[in-house]
Design a protein around this ligand. Structure first.
Ligand code: SAH
Length: 525
């Protein structure tokens, strides 16, 4: 059969024959080659066993008055047409007459069913019809070898090339699907064995389909690129692991939300005995390749699924690492999933890293920015759109704050210890006091967080997402005041902040400020 291993073969076709001696010699060689290599062939029209394909062609012409090459030529059969014809003749046990007087428009073997071989290892099916032309009717009689057939050859080669390309694409899609199916099946089997349902909090209770948008956002590569390129973030995790190998040596580590697998690989390199990396997002398929490309597949086991839905291959782990932090620390509520994993899998004496987090606030005086966001609506191309102020105000803004617009010292409003905090403490209220450093208008409050890798570390690592230091992809979160408050240097601006989950969407937060007898609730979408 024709194999499309050389899709560019058209360029390398032998010179077309003009019937001179050299060609005859070549033909004879080809005949010999065919004879040597051949296996017995059952005739298409009777029970005779012939010694080779060429002998069969000769027999069909002599005994049954059917010249197969003529038939191929007459109906311009391509490889598939030829295969179907052979199987049609064999399956219907036609006699030679069934091949005469056939209409060109509809051949009786058009059905795809005739692609299925009737005889096992049928040598006739292993022969290219083009090759048959050369064998059976002499090169000059071959429909493909006359002068002017070069274009036809080229077209056939191009069609073959296209078919090969399509098949390759289909094959690689099928392989990919197969891989996903395998993982899915593994998940199903594991869950069927010891099914359980998370019931620790609102995010844990979310069903997979409800959370689809969240996880599909992590299926986009851009977000992972942004996180990896955030050096403050990624290098802090790396420094923590590489500079504290005693924490990781021979430990079993769980990476909750492994993404590209970067934290798992840091952990493996810093001496972990085994790393289990879990992610529900499609990015895990890349992580699988990445881990293999770095020869860490013996150390790192990747599992696709929500940490709340899967079963780990181990009962307990010594360390949980995760980069779960969202805007204003708690947006996304991924910490819920880390706490779920901690309560279920962390061995006594084990640790979650990072372990400590602070949320801080500071006062901002940025009249220009305030006007741009609020006063702007008073006159938009000559129209009053002031009603929009009430609509834009409750949306907290994620943006980089210029350090020179800070007008107070920062105040920590909450400290979270990931090894001890419980789910209910992630919703809280806190009084705060901002020590004002400039006499001006306070136009907004800025929020940000600091992260600490501390517990049991001989080399502690910390980073901040505040406005005074190198910016990160978390930027800062700005809560704009409806009306600026005039403040004096040295005074204390007191207020209260309440942070709670949005019941309608547990991954988003509602933050309320009580400041100078004014109350404003902001959402972080
Ligand atoms: N650890 C990676 C990715 C961090 S982003 C890094 O540092 O670069 C957070 C990842 O956690 C996302 O890929 C997201 O799909 C995954 N994730 C969030 N909640 C999860 C859960 N409950 N179960 C499994 N994966 C989760």
């Amino acid at each position: 059969m024709a194999e499309y291993t050389d899709p560019h073969g058209a360029e390398e076709m032998p010179e077309l024959s003009d019937g001179d001696d050299d060609d005859i010699e070549e033909d004879e060689e080809q005949w010999q080659w065919m004879e040597e290599d051949s296996q017995p062939v059952t005739c298409l029209f009777c029970d005779r066993l012939l010694s080779s394909v060429p002998a069969t062609l000769q027999h069909c012409t002599a005994e049954h008055q059917v010249n197969l090459v003529d038939v191929i030529r007459k109906h311009s059969l391509d490889d598939y047409g030829y295969i179907k014809m052979i199987n049609f003749i064999r399956s219907r046990k036609c006699d030679a007459s069934c091949l005469t007087g056939l209409p060109d428009a509809s051949l009786p073997w058009e059905s795809e069913d005739f692609l299925r071989p009737v005889l096992q290892d049928d040598p006739l099916l292993q022969t290219d019809p083009e090759e048959l032309c050369g064998i059976g009717s002499g090169v000059s009689a071959c429909p493909l070898s006359g002068a002017g057939s070069h274009d036809a050859l080229l077209q056939r080669a191009q069609a073959a090339e296209e078919r090969a390309r399509l098949s390759e694409e289909a094959l690689s899609r099928a392989m990919e699907d197969l891989h996903k199916l395998k993982l899915l099946a593994q998940g199903l089997v594991l869950n069927a064995e010891t099914g359980r349902s998370g019931n620790l909090g609102t995010v844990a209770e979310l069903r997979e389909d409800e959370d689809e948008a969240y996880f599909s956002s992590y299926g986009h590569y851009g977000i992972h690129e942004e996180m990896l390129k955030d050096k403050v973030r990624t290098e802090s995790y790396r420094n923590f692991m590489y500079r504290n190998p005693e924490v990781f040596r021979d430990k079993v580590v769980l990476d909750v939300g492994c993404g590209t697998g970067i934290l798992s690989m840091f952990a493996a390199r810093s001496g972990a005995k085994k790393v289990i990396a879990v992610d529900q997002s499609e990015i895990i398929y890349q992580a699988m390749d990445i881990v293999r490309s770095n020869q860490l597949e013996d150390k790192i086991t990747l599992i696709k699924g929500r940490i709340e839905d899967i079963n780990l291959p181990v009962e307990k782990v010594d360390i949980i690492i995760s980069e779960w932090m969202g805007y204003f620390l708690l947006f996304e509520s991924m910490l819920d999933s880390v706490l779920y994993a901690r309560d279920l899998y962390l061995a006594d004496g084990g640790s979650v890293y990072p372990d400590l987090c602070n949320i801080s606030l500071a006062a901002l005086g940025d009249t220009e920015r305030h006007q741009d966001r609020i006063a702007f609506w008073d006159d938009v191309y000559g129209f009053n759109m002031a009603c929009m102020k009430k609509a834009v105000l409750p949306e907290a803004m994620v943006e980089v704050v210029k350090a020179d617009t800070l007008i107070s010292e920062p105040a920590v409003i909450q400290t979270i210890d990931c090894n001890t905090v419980c789910l209910s403490e992630l919703e809280f209220a806190s009084d705060f006091c901002l020590k004002i450093t400039s006499t001006t208008d306070c136009t907004a409050v800025v929020g940000y967080f600091d992260i600490f890798f501390d517990k049991g570390c001989s080399n502690k690592v910390t980073f901040s997402t505040g406005p005074q230091v190198t910016k990160t992809h978390w930027k800062q979160t700005v809560f704009l005041l409806e009306k600026p408050i005039s403040v004096q240097a040295g005074e204390e601006l007191r207020g209260k902040i309440t942070v709670r989950k949005n019941k309608k969407d547990p991954r988003s937060l509602l933050v309320t400020f009580d400041l100078r007898d004014r109350k404003q609730t902001y959402s972080l979408q």
